[in-house]
Design a protein around this ligand. Sequence first.
Ligand code: BGC
Length: 422
Amino acid sequence: MNFPDILTLFYIDKSTMSKIAADFSDQITQATSGNSSCLQALSSYLTPATGLEKGNYLAIDFGGTNIRVSAVSLQGNGRCSLLTEARRPLRDPNKTYDLTSSDLSGSELFDFVASLVKQVYSQYPARQLGLTFSYPMQQEGVNRARLLRWTKELKPRETVGRNIDTMLMEALARHGLAHLTLQAVINDTVACFLTGSYYNQAVVAGSICGTGHNTCCLHPFSPDEPEVIINLESGNFDRLPRNHYDQMLDLVSDNPGQQYFEKMVSGKYLGELLRLIYMDITEQGVLPQPEGDRFKYPFTIGAEVVGWLHDNPHSKLVWQWTQQAGLTLQPDQLFFLQDISSAIVKRAIHLIAASYLGILSSRLAVNPAPVIAVDGSVFQHMPGFTAGIENLLNSELAGSHPRLLMTPDGSIIGAAVAAARL
Ligand code: BGC
C-alpha cells in the first residue's frame, strides 16, 4: 500500500460522518427499545448530580490501567477535595504481580482492591463506599451489578456473570471491612457524567477515551419520571468504515470481533495502528527496519508516540523514542510518520464527534448549549483532541453551542457523588 492510499484509508469525509452519526442514533433507539443493537442501554438507575451532594466517602476507581482508592470529601455547590489515595497499576513494572493474567482468580483480583481500600480506610475511616468499574455490567440497582464481559486488559477466572458488588464485599470482609456500605457501583462514563453535572447542570452525556472508549447519555425510561443515565457501551459500535489495518488489529487483539469503535479511537489501540502501518511500509523499503525485534510484536508502540509524532516529529520526545527503538530517520521520513499519526488521530476525532452528533441531534431543541463531560488519557494528553471534537460539533450543529468539559479525577469524584445520591 503506498503512502497517499494509507492516508485516504483513514480519511472521514463530511457525508461519512453524517452517516455514522445517523447510524449511531438509530442504534441507540434500537437498544433503548429492547431490539438487537451493537449498542446497549444499561441503566445506571441514577439521574444527573444536583451539585448539592455532600459528605465523606471512600471511592474506588477500577480502571483499565490502574486501580485507585481515595477518600473524597464533597462539600456541595460543586466543591470537593481528595483527601488521600492509594494507587497501583494493573501490571507492576517490576513484575512482582500482574492483575491482567488469565491465571488470576476473581477473589485474588478483588483482594487486591480490598487491600488498597484498607490502606485508605486506616487514614480516613469513612464508611460509605462508591465503586467506579470501567467494564460492561448489567445494573440490578444503584449498588448491584453483574459483570457482562471483560473488555481491554483484564480476564480473571470465575468472574463473568457474577455480581461485582458481591465479589468486592466478600473481599472487604476477608480484610476485616465487612462494616463498610457499598452505596453505588457505576461505569466510568457514568462517573464522568456525575462529576460533570456536580459542576455544571448542562451536562447531557459522559464519555471516556483512555485505555478504552465509551459514552453514556440520558434516556427517559418513563414519561413521568426524570431521565436516567444509561451506559451505551459504545466502544462496541460497529457501523464503521474499517480498513485492512483495523482488520489486522482486530485479529491480534484479545477480543476479535468485538469493540470495533474502541479499537479505532482508544489509547490501547492507536499505537498498534501505527505499528501495523510501520511494519507494512517497512517491507516496501520506505522506512528503515527497527533494531532487532523492536516492533515485531503487537502493542509495542504506545498511543503517546502517536501523539508526539502528530504534534511535532522533531521534538525531543520523538528523538528519544527513535533512539530507544534504534531508528535513524531522515527528516522526510519523520514527516511521513507525522502524516500517518495525524491521520490516525484525526480519524479518531471525527468518529467520536460523529457519535456525539448521534446523541446530541435529538436534544438540541430542548438544550441548545449541551455539555459533554469527558475524561481519560487520550482526552487529557492527545494534542488537539478535545478542541478538534468540539470544533467539529460546532461546525456541524451551527446555531447551537455544544461544549466538552474535562473532568479530571472524574472516576473518583463520580464514585463519591454516586455514593452521596442515596
Ligand atoms: C469498557 C467500558 C468503559 C470504557 C472506558 C471499555 O472497554 O467496556 O465499560 O466505560 O472501556 O473505560
